[in-house]
Design a protein around this ligand. Structure first.
Ligand code: FE2
Length: 418
């Protein structure tokens, strides 16, 4: 609800691309999850708020009910926003009742899944609004500044941002026999299990993400005009979609700017900022142009597993990627001694070269919730590490995000490997 504070009811109706959903729908659907999978089964005498909501706000669970086509979500002028806010209040109050009853272990598991599901939709709500505002001719700002900084702090930060990112370096890893997948008892999604052995040849990972300035060099070198850098399907996507820059980059009179949640910013202020909103195909083409490659998901996980989860995540309040140098400077000396200065988390999800598949012995959850992840295991690539709009408590080393390779509306960027 806090994320919706800067939004008007009209903003909350917009569905501006095939991947996105209206903010209003996100509010209803995350509520629907708790009603459908927790309250109906585990709260004795639960009264459903509205019988039609059970199918109306189902996203994709075929074994639960029929559901409307995704592209129609912007047509839901009814129920009204007020009714959806009442729906949330009704479900919140019922959840409080359930907590008073000391729910059984299966109910607790579903509640934890519901909370993690809602965190995923928090990120989607923000990325969908960014797309909505990008397509609005007035180019509104979601916020004037990061959620934490004052205007004065902000301009100081801007002045201190360096035109160039810190030098690109590589951290070497021995490889060998490793384990991948969630270890320990904490929450994870079914697609992070089972933990299993993987073999890694020696490899190296870049100490930071590729910056906007570096990506602009790829563009200036004819990156989008030379088929030699592209996978066949990627080259088709370039031609079919007319791609010539990342998703929210605009050219006006030879000057590039980038549309962000904080409005349109000149590219020259973002030279050191990680490039974002690129597809897997663009990430792969950039790596090929640079004479390098993308990491596999297991190379990334083995590097990140020993690291604390910190970085430019939603909680930092920046709402956009920030130059790596800023974070390095903020780390205390003590932290530096204990930890490499590479931040594997935040800013942008990094595209890996790994196809999204079930791990050996993968078992989807029982019943309808088995549709949560498993049925999407074809034609998608894995992304790792979270972004500037991922809640910090949501991300971990074993976390697997996944999108089709042409997807560009998320905060997705590039970490090089060799
Ligand atoms: Fe969902």
């Amino acid at each position: 609800m806090q994320m919706c504070e800067p939004l008007t009811p009209e903003d909350m109706m917009v569905q501006s691309c095939a991947e996105a959903s209206p903010a209003k729908w996100h509010l209803a659907h995350t509520t629907w999850f708790f009603e459908s999978f927790v309250l109906r089964e585990f709260l004795p005498g639960y009264r459903v708020f509205n019988a039609d909501f059970a199918w109306l706000f189902n996203s994709y669970y075929e074994s639960f009910s029929a559901f409307p086509e995704k592209r129609l979500r912007a047509s839901f002028s009814r129920p009204s926003l007020d009714e959806i806010l009442h729906y949330r209040e009704h479900v919140d109050a019922s959840m409080e009742q359930l907590f008073d009853l000391e729910p059984e272990p299966e109910a607790l598991r579903r509640i934890e899944l519901g909370a993690n599901h809602e965190e995923q939709h928090q990120e989607l709500l923000i990325t969908d609004i960014l797309n909505a505002f990008y397509t609005n001719p007035l180019k509104p700002k979601y916020r004037d500044q990061g959620t934490k900084g004052t205007r004065e702090q902000e301009s100081r930060e801007r002045q201190s941002e360096r035109a160039k990112p810190r030098p690109l370096g590589f951290t070497e890893f021995e490889g060998g026999l490793r384990e991948a997948g969630r270890a320990g008892d904490g929450f994870c999604f079914d697609n992070e299990l089972p933990r299993h052995r993987v073999w890694l040849e020696p490899y190296a990972l870049a100490n930071r993400l590729v910056s906007c300035g570096e990506y602009a060099e790829f563009m200036a070198d004819g990156g989008y005009q030379k088929a030699e850098f592209w996978l066949s399907a990627g080259w088709d996507a370039v031609k079919h979609n007319g791609w010539r820059a990342p998703h929210y980059w605009n050219e006006d009179g030879g000057q590039w700017s980038v549309f962000t949640l904080r409005g349109e910013l000149p590219l020259k202020e973002l030279e050191a900022t990680p490039v974002s909103q690129v597809s897997f195909f663009e990430a792969d083409a950039y790596a090929r142009w640079a004479g390098l490659r993308l990491p596999t998901e297991f190379e990334w996980e083995a590097a990140a597993e020993d690291q604390r989860v910190e970085g430019n995540l939603l909680d930092s309040g920046n709402l956009m990627p920030v130059p790596d140098e800023d974070l390095v400077q903020k780390q205390s000396n003590a932290q530096r001694e204990n930890q490499k200065t590479t931040n594997y988390y935040g800013d942008c999800w990094v595209w890996t070269s790994s196809a999204y598949l079930g791990y050996p012995g993968f078992q989807p959850l029982d019943g309808t919730l088995g549709e949560y992840n498993g049925k999407f295991m074809s034609g998608q690539m894995v992304l790792r590490g979270g972004s500037c709009v991922t809640p910090a408590r949501h991300i971990r080393a074993s976390y697997r995000n996944f999108f089709a390779p042409e997807t560009r509306w998320q905060f997705s960027g590039i970490r090089l490997a060799k």
